[in-house]
Design a protein around this ligand. Structure first.
Ligand SMILES: NC(=O)c1ccc[n+]([C@@H]2O[C@H](COP(=O)([O-])OP(=O)(O)OC[C@H]3O[C@@H](n4cnc5c(N)ncnc54)[C@H](OP(=O)(O)O)[C@@H]3O)[C@@H](O)[C@H]2O)c1
Length: 228
């Protein structure tokens, strides 16, 4: 039985990723920073017959990640698939804007995935199997001009760089990739977005279920490699 942990699993693309991984037969650890929000999402997915449980996890808080990993270790729960989906987006210029925006973006979009990688990748390497998926954005692509709000673009580009370097440190059987879900109708994407959360989740699920000869250290959209 494969176990997947999805951060920010309570709504939007994260919830759709939880649902699809559950449908594919995985045990899903739906991580949410608000306990009640996690419980409500789990109730929905459990009502659909999926094997899902809630975890409280604020990726911006190192102590929260450590406590979550320790609780799972005490229960001998191994995380085989890690989806770093939680994300933070806010408007604001780098020089004139509120500096707290960049600090939060770094904490959620960059340090969060690094913390969860440090918590769960060693176990994957020991067991010789793991899939890590970092939910990034085409706004983090240099080739596409680092568009969108500044702190978001900079930290998603950094998440892409983190992906490349984590992939180099991944042990045999462990793969780390990042992806862009496209413009998705969620609280972050807004009502005018063109894709459903299910469509946004598709490439993340594809990367979470890669075969042994699949890619490592890549950036994907629509299940295809995209330019950094
Ligand atoms: N929607 C788009 O068009 C789009 C495009 C490109 C990339 N993305 C990326 O896709 C991912 C999911 O976004 P979405 O569109 O589904 O957004 P969303 O509906 O706004 O959901 C964001 C999720 O991240 C969680 N989160 C934020 N800060 C957190 C923290 N410190 N610890 C744990 N969870 C935290 C939120 O939890 P709360 O419910 O507690 O706030 C929520 O579950 C993000 O990484 C985003 O950057 C989205």
């Amino acid at each position: 039985m494969t176990t997947a942990l999805v951060t920010g699993g309570n709504r939007g693309i994260g919830l759709a990723i939880c649902r699809e991984l559950g449908k594919q037969g995985m045990t899903v650890l739906l991580a949410a920073r608000e306990e009640a929000a996690g419980d409500a999402a789990v109730a929905t997915l459990a009502g659909e017959g999926l094997d899902v449980r809630a975890l409280t996890l604020d990726v911006a808080d190192g102590a929260s990640v450590t406590a979550c990993a320790a609780a799972l270790a005490r229960e001998n729960v191994a995380v085989d698939v890690l989806v770093n989906n939680a994300g933070f987006l806010a408007e604001g210029a780098l020089i004139e804007g509120d500096p707290a925006i960049m600090e939060e973006a770094i904490a959620v979009n960059l340090l969060g995935p690094l913390r969860t990688a440090r918590a769960f990748m060693p176990g994957m390497a020991q067991r010789g199997y793991g899939r890590v998926v970092n939910v990034s954005s085409n706004w983090g692509s240099f080739e596409r001009g680092l568009e969108g709000p500044a702190a978001y673009a900079v930290t998603k580009a950094a998440l892409n760089a983190l992906t490349v370097r984590l992939a180099r440190e991944a042990g045999a059987g462990v793969k780390v990739n990042c992806m862009c879900p496209g413009w998705v109708k969620t609280r972050m994407g807004g009502g005018d977005a063109t894709r459903t959360p299910e469509q946004g989740a598709d490439t993340a699920v594809f990367l979470a279920t890669l075969p042994d000869d699949g890619p490592n250290g890549g950036f994907f959209a629509g299940r295809k490699p995209m330019a950094w």
